[in-house]
Design a protein around this ligand. Structure first.
Ligand SMILES: *[C@@H]1O[C@H](CO)[C@@H](O)[C@H](O)[C@H]1NC(C)=O
Ligand SMILES: *[C@@H]1O[C@H](CO)[C@@H](O)[C@H](O)[C@H]1NC(C)=O
Length: 249
């Protein structure tokens, strides 16, 4: 009887141990591909995005939609612009246009487009184009059909238990602002509502020039944050749970 209990307990703990070591870390919305075809990768990534952007708190992965920009100072010649308590939303609806995964070359390309909205507070002192600015207020920026291409050099990492993970070695990206950028900034001139409205109008009429002068630091910040989040995910979820294609030797 006692033997049976001991034996039963031992068996039970072995099976618990076994199921722990077998436990899947990847969330259910990850559907591993059996090959690196564009078709499968685009669909699997598109399916994962709306859930992935909610974050995975138990893995220390923060949400990406919305994601928060606590404070970002944009260094511009002649203008001191600081953005506070910003919230960037829209990533959940990004559309994946293309993916190329070259496992041997450790290279990954992702192309997508999205509508993004950035909301927060700002203050600005200096000049935008020809206008002297001295304002602080609410800022809302909408980017319609931002297009981006990410070029990522990957690596394979093995932990001390022999489990493989994807890593990001480095990346670069190209992008364009797409169809339109809309600015809504209140109170560009503390002294004059009329002048504020006139300049805002001007900024919107010249959205492309303004975005090109203003935008890069915000986009850099967003891409860096998004990729660091994706890397956290890669370092938490074993390679074998992300794809059924073995690591090339
Ligand atoms: C991969 O192959 C397995 C087994 O044949 C199949 O059940 C699964 O649906 C396939 N996955 C995809 C994404 O096609
Ligand atoms: C972005 O918004 C425009 C205009 O509302 C819409 O036509 C387009 O399909 C949207 N794009 C995405 C990627 O959601």
């Amino acid at each position: 009887m006692i033997l049976r209990i001991i034996f039963g307990t031992a068996l039970c703990s072995v099976s618990i141990l076994f199921s722990i070591s077998q436990a899947k870390i990847a969330p259910d919305y990850i559907h591993p591909c059996n090959d690196t075809s564009r078709e499968c990768l685009v669909k699997a990534t598109q399916d994962a995005i709306p859930e992935f952007v909610k974050g995975l708190p138990h893995l220390g992965i923060p949400p990406l939609d919305p994601f928060v920009i606590e404070k970002l100072s944009i260094p511009l010649s002649g203008l001191k612009f600081t953005f506070y308590q910003g919230k960037v939303s829209g990533f959940r609806k990004c559309i994946v246009d293309n993916i190329i995964s070259e496992l041997e070359k450790r290279h990954f390309t992702l192309e997508f487009h999205c509508n993004l909205t950035i909301k927060g507070q700002y203050d600005a002192v200096g000049k935008v184009l020809i206008f002297p600015i001295n304002g602080e207020g609410d800022a809302k920026i909408r980017i319609q059909n931002l297009k981006m291409k990410l070029d990522i050099n990957t690596k394979y990492i093995k932990d001390d238990k022999g489990i493989n993970y994807f890593g990001i070695r480095n990346y670069k990206y190209t992008f364009n602002y797409g169809d339109r950028v809309m600015f809504d900034l209140t109170n560009l001139f503390k002294e004059s509502k009329e002048l504020s409205a006139t300049v805002l109008n001007f900024l919107n009429e010249n959205w492309k020039t303004v975005a090109e002068e203003f935008g890069k630091p915000i986009v850099d910040y967003a891409v860096d944050l998004a990729l660091r989040t994706v890397e956290k995910f890669f370092l938490a979820v074993p390679y074998e749970e992300l794809t059924n294609v073995p690591i090339p030797q």
